[in-house]
Design a binder for this molecule. Sequence first.
Ligand SMILES: [Fe+2]
Ligand SMILES: [Fe+2]
Length: 281
Amino acid sequence: MKLIHISDTHIGRGDNALRFERVVEDLLKNPPDAPGNCVVVHTGDLIDSATEANRRAARVLLDRLAARYRVLLSPGNHDYGNAVSVSNEDALAFQQAFGDYIFQGKPASFPVLSEVGAGYVFIGLDSNAEELKFLDRLFAEGRLGGNQLWALNHMLDSPAVAGRQAFIYMHHHPFSFGYSVMPDVGDGKSLYHLFAQLTRPFRRLKDAYSFCQVARDRVQGVLFGHMHYGLDCSGDARKYGIQLALDGSSTTCTDNDGEDRMRYRVIDLSDLSQTTRMLKL
Ligand SMILES: [Fe+2]
Ligand SMILES: [Fe+2]
C-alpha cells in the first residue's frame, strides 16, 4: 500500500490552482502504484482563504484526483479562514463543501476513522477544533481539545484499530521544529524571517504534549502540514514510539512563488520507506 502525502496547496493564492492541477495530472499519468493500492492524504490548507470561488476551484481538482484515488482530507486554518484567524461560519462551509473527503461517508465529527487496504487505519483529526473558540482563534496555531483527544484515546483502543497499523493525519504539527538555524540576512525577506522567527515557537499545536501522550506506542505514523518546511520529524516522534512523522510541505511550493519545486511524498506503508516526487510547472 502506498501513501501519497500532499498538503498546503493554498488554492486561490498566485498560480497555485495551476500548480495543483499539474500535480493532479502527474498523479493521474504516473501513479506510484496501482491506484487501488494507493491512498492520497491532504493535510489541509487546501485553499488560501475561505471563499466560495476557492472552494469551487479546489473541488474540481480534488474530484479529478478522486476519480482514480481514494482521497482523505483534514482541514487547515486557511480552509476555515486565513493565516491569522478561523471562524465557525467558514468551518461549516468548508466541511459542507468537502464533507465526503473529510468524513468519508461517516457522521460529520472528528476523529474520522477509515480502513485503508488490509491492515491499516487512518484517523483524521481537526486541529482547528478548539481554535474556533474565543481568543484561541487568533494566530490559528491549532488545538485539538480535550473532547477530540478523549475520543482519539478510546478509538485507539477500539476493535476497529486493534491489530492494525494506525496513521493519524491533521493540519498542525505536534512535534517541536528543531529549526535552530538563524534565518538568512540580506536576501530581501528580513520582515518575513523576523515574523517567522518570532512566531515559530507558538505555531506548534497547543496541546501537542497531550496528543503525544495519547498517541505514543499506539500509532505508526503522523502526517501534518502547516509549516511548509517539509521536515521529517520522525526522530522526535520515535521518542514516543511513533515511527514516522512528516510535514507534507507545500505541494504547490506556495512560499516560493516563481520557483518550480512542487513536490509530493510517496510512502510505502509496508516498510515506511519514502520517496519525494519533484515537479516543474
Ligand atoms: Fe499552509
Ligand atoms: Fe496552516
